[in-house]
Design a protein around this ligand. Structure first.
Ligand code: UDP
Length: 480
């Protein structure tokens, strides 16, 4: 088979000025100072990021905007995506589940898998070493790239490893995951986790940082969008019906500031017609992954409409086109199982459920469509069984939507129950889930209050500016 090749993602340099409108001129000035100091300390060295995909999922989403701002702040940073074949990504997806404390497909993570993993990363290393200079700083993201650490340390780079996932409680699966990657991390400068609960016992004697994930308020995913644009994007992509809005251009602003149009359509599994603008839409946006529990969302929704006849809501499960997320091989099978669960429902219920795969060729267009869907949603749900952090929750909160989400992983750091959304103590409890939906459907006042408070929560804690500040402190530690 051919080599697994490293690819570089080209990055813009984004101006940071606009942040004063979010965090105040004082906050923006402080961060600029911090970044100046960090870039001075780099002394011409490069700050590399290496992960396993340039699109789909939270990590790619964050790197795209954060690194552009870091560049705008004068920090020389570059982003590489490692290459691998299907057998490699099957193993790393299995590891991903294990890190969440879940079984996944239950396949082995033994010596044979370790050999495939090592061989793939060895091919990547051969291409990396000529690019990375001794002294450069390399931040490796997630288990896919952990095995690159020893060779890079030996090469003279300052290596950090960041895990964006973790488990609330350790079990045999997390033990297996750490057994697989732990030994690669022996000589890294530091590790980074999204929550302190995710730091494993054996790493507690080494340096580690906790950095909370964040969203970019100006990206196509989160930028302001007026109601007409939201409508026209949703009509254009096929999510809702409404002739009147087809004439308004489905416009969004690209990351480089230029205007663009949504031209692609979504691939929607549904029966009957699209809902109208007035129909309340309950939405979950997620990769097609069993840990996002899409079938559980359907069951909870069915529960709701069987119990509460006055609710006229529809449900949309929204995810990426399954062929597009190269480091997630499970997409097709999960979507098929969702379609299977939907097919056997009675027709009147089936007609209220829409299974939406979004076009992915143009990452920014995809983001604009997600933006419109999130803004239109009456309620956003994230019924994850496990969740590293859950950027979809942050995105919904920023848009002032009432959220119903499982009290798992990083979602617990984002939402205080009853203040910024509603939490489900037991993510498997589909009755409690449908009760939370019922409550929000009937109490507009509560829904509005949660939405307003959610926006403020994100402004305080989960914006890119805060994230960059935490990164600047990590860079600061490297030279001191
Ligand atoms: N996402 C997207 N298009 C989709 C589905 C998801 O852009 O069709 C994005 C979503 O908006 C969010 C990210 O993928 O920014 C998912 O991040 P999250 O932390 O919620 O979960 P992960 O996929 O990393 O497990």
């Amino acid at each position: 088979s051919s080599m697994s090749s490293i690819t570089e993602v080209s990055l813009r340099s984004a101006p940071f000025d606009c942040f004063s409108s979010l965090i105040g001129p004082g906050g923006a000035r402080e961060l600029t100072e911090l970044a100046k100091r960090a870039s001075g300390q780099l002394h011409g060295r490069t700050w590399w990021h290496i992960n396993s995909t340039s699109r789909g999922g939270g990590v790619a989403e964050m790197l795209q905007s954060q690194l552009a701002y870091a560049r705008g702040l004068g920090i020389h940073t570059r982003w590489l995506v490692l290459g691998g074949h299907a057998d490699f990504f099957k193993i790393t997806k299995r590891m991903h589940h294990a890190f969440h404390g879940a079984l996944g497909d239950g396949s082995d993570l033994g010596e044979k898998e370790q050999a495939i993993y090592d061989a793939t990363l060895k091919e990547n290393i051969l291409q990396l070493l000529p690019l990375i200079k001794p002294g450069d700083i390399v931040l490796l993201h997630d288990p896919q790239s952990a095995g690159l650490a020893p060779a890079l340390v030996k090469h003279g780079a300052t290596v950090l490893w960041r895990s964006h996932i973790g488990a609330d409680v350790v079990n045999e699966h997390t033990d297996l995951a750490w057994h697989f990657v732990g030994h690669y991390l022996r000589h890294v400068f530091a590790t980074v986790f999204s929550r302190k609960e995710y730091i494993p016992e054996f790493l507690k004697s080494q340096r580690s940082f906790v950095i909370t994930p964040s969203i970019d308020a100006f990206s196509p995913k989160n930028q302001n969008m007026d109601e007409k644009t939201v409508k026209s994007i949703l009509v254009h992509t096929g999510l809702i019906r409404g002739e009147a809005w087809a004439e308004v251009l489905p416009r969004f602003t690209r990351e480089d500031g230029t205007p663009a149009l949504v031209t692609s359509k979504a691939d929607i599994v549904r029966e009957g017609t699209a809902p109208g603008w007035e129909t309340p839409l309950i939405v979950q946006v997620s990769r097609w992954d069993p840990l996002k529990d899409p079938v559980g969302v359907i069951r909870g929704f069915v529960n709701l409409i069987l119990r509460v006849v006055s609710v006229d809501a529809h449900l949309a499960l929204v995810g990426p086109d399954v062929t597009s997320v190269t480091d997630d091989p499970e997409g097709r099978a999960v979507l098929d199982s969702v379609i299977g669960a939907w097919k056997v429902l009675p027709a009147p219920i089936r007609q209220r459920i829409h299974l939406v795969s979004l076009p992915m060729e143009d990452r920014e267009e995809n983001a604009a469509i997600v933006n419109a869907i999130q803004r239109h949603a009456a309620i956003i749900v994230q019924k994850s069984l496990k969740e590293g952090f859950g950027l979809t929750v942050t995105e919904a909160m920023w848009k002032g939507r009432p959220v119903v989400a499982s009290a798992v992983g990083g979602i617990q750091d984002q939402i205080v129950h009853g203040q910024h959304g509603l939490l489900l103590t037991d993510p498997h409890d589909e009755l409690a889930f449908s009760e939370a939906l019922e409550k929000l459907s009937h109490d507009q006042c509560l829904a509005t209050r949660l939405g307003v408070q959610a926006t403020e929560r994100v402004r305080d804690l989960f914006l890119t500016s805060y994230h960059l500040e935490q990164y600047a402190r990590v860079l600061d530690a490297i030279d001191s």
